[in-house]
Design a protein around this ligand. Structure first.
Ligand code: GLN
Length: 456
């Protein structure tokens, strides 16, 4: 049914970069056999899943939305993909994304943008717009995304789906092509909070292949979601973040946000306003730390090891450096080049302290704001994104306007905390989905599921 839906709608949505119909059907048949024998591999055995194209899938193309990886088929699976296979979930294909996960609209994909299923002239968010659009258009009941600065949650918000960024280290990054190692996290993209919790339980847990993987297993996520779905939040303290609302936020997004907060009050939650004053610097710090890490990570695309190799024109025996230059020039898009330049500059001697060092200090202040807030409350809430989906092309030539979409999602990445976006309804002015974000302390991912399910 999922593949039929793709055949029908993906010509206009373009959620996928690659569909593996044959592989998915073979896995589904194996799943049918296990179920017939009464031995499903997991509760999700046979439920198909779409995978963001930044995760390595053995034998299947993995491009990260970039020309530089065109044609590359990894020789191994990311740990999360291994876990999907072990749990019996057929993999439908690889979803579109902004190149190397840089962007908030999926327009920076080298293979053309994804369209928002709610209005095909609008963006599906980014960088994981493909995963969100696949789920929103019923091409897949489940998908995986990655969230470095909001790329699971913001696409969730603007497509009316659920997106969860787990605690940093709670889900393995092995086989995730790194954008910014200290910020990246893999997580579920689904239609309900309970589905997200089930998928999270499949992909989560310690992995010795990821040096930042947390030892402690996170259990009880589905139970927490089910508890929240009962609508009882007695004794739960909820903090509304003063700095993430008001100016710069669309009126209809704020109205749905306030109504959702009222819903939580109705469920018995205690709601207070809390202040996180350093958050106003989060965006600036992120857009130094991310390019710094990304510029270093992308150095490995040297035209020798993977994908694209372009020979410079008019040179008889080009040097390795000439081949590298020509390949990177042709293989990377504008946003990637912009961030490599910013990152390299910020890391260069003489500027390191002024930019990178300063941004790291801001990062510490943000963590302290969170720590102080979580002394007063159990979870923090905000709108996920300041606006509903904007028109394709609207912000493409204005990087700062594009970056401003990440205002509310970035603080959680800088502090390594879990956060979920759940649909809060349609904004009055444009009838498009808005998102409600729930943030929790590190390793308290269950609270996101509990409060998220109550807010749903
Ligand atoms: N919009 C963010 C950026 O462009 C999203 C990054 C991400 O989460 N992959 O950096």
């Amino acid at each position: 049914a999922a593949l039929d839906c793709t055949a029908e709608v993906d010509g206009s949505v373009h959620a996928y970069l690659h569909v593996d119909a044959e592989g998915a059907l073979a896995q589904a048949a194996a799943s049918d056999d296990r179920r017939a024998a009464g031995q499903p591999a997991s509760p999700l055995d046979g439920v198909p899943v779409a995978v963001k194209d930044v995760l390595a899938t053995q034998g299947l193309p993995t491009t990260c939305g970039s020309r530089i990886l065109e044609g590359w088929r990894p020789p191994y699976d990311a740990t999360v993909v291994t876990r999907l296979r072990a749990a019996g979930l057929p993999i439908l294909g690889k979803t579109n994304m902004d190149e190397f996960a840089m962007g908030s609209s999926t327009e920076h994909s080298a293979y053309g943008p994804t369209h928002n299923p709610w209005d095909l002239d609008r963006i599906p968010g980014g960088s994981g717009g493909g995963s969100a659009a696949a789920v929103a258009s019923f091409q897949a009941p489940l998908a995986l995304g990655t969230d470095t600065g909001g790329s699971i949650r913001q696409p969730g918000a603007v497509t009316g789906t659920v997106g969860m960024k787990p605690t940093y280290g709670a889900v393995s990054r092995y086989g995730l092509v790194a954008l910014a190692n200290s910020l990246d996290q893999v997580g579920p993209v689904t239609r309900t909070v309970e589905d997200a919790a089930m998928l999270h339980e499949v992909i989560g847990g310690h992995d010795p292949r990821d040096s930042t993987s947390v030892e402690q297993p996170l259990t009880g996520l589905l139970d927490a979601a089910r508890q929240g779905a009962q609508g009882d939040l007695t004794g739960v303290r909820v903090g509304v973040i003063r700095e993430l609302g008001g100016e710069g936020y669309q009126a209809g997004v704020l109205t749905r946000f306030t109504e959702t907060v009222d819903l939580l009050v109705g469920a018995g939650a205690e709601v207070v306003e809390v202040s996180c004053p350093s958050f106003e610097h989060a965006l600036a710090a992120y857009y130094l730390i991310l390019p710094a890490e990304a510029s270093s990570n992308l150095a490995k695309f040297d035209a020798m090891r993977y994908g694209l190799r372009v020979l410079p024109e008019g040179v008889d025996s080009p040097s390795a450096e000439q081949v590298m230059r020509a390949s990177r020039d042709a293989g990377f898009g504008d946003e990637v080049k912009r961030r490599i330049m910013i990152g390299t500059y910020a890391l260069s001697s003489g500027y390191y302290d002024a930019y990178y060092g300063q941004a790291q200090k801001v990062r510490t202040l943000i963590s302290r704001d969170f720590a102080a807030a979580f002394e007063q409350v159990d979870v923090l809430v905000s709108p996920t994104a300041p606006t509903t989906a904007f028109k394709l092309g609207e912000k493409l030539d204005d990087p700062i306007a594009m970056y401003l979409n990440d205002l509310a999602t970035i603080p959680a990445n800088l502090a390594g905390l879990p956060g979920i976006s759940v649909p809060s309804g349609l904004a009055d002015e444009d009838g498009l989905p808005a998102g409600f974000q729930v943030l929790a302390p590190a390793l308290a991912d269950d609270r996101c599921y509990r409060v998220g399910a109550a807010a749903e």
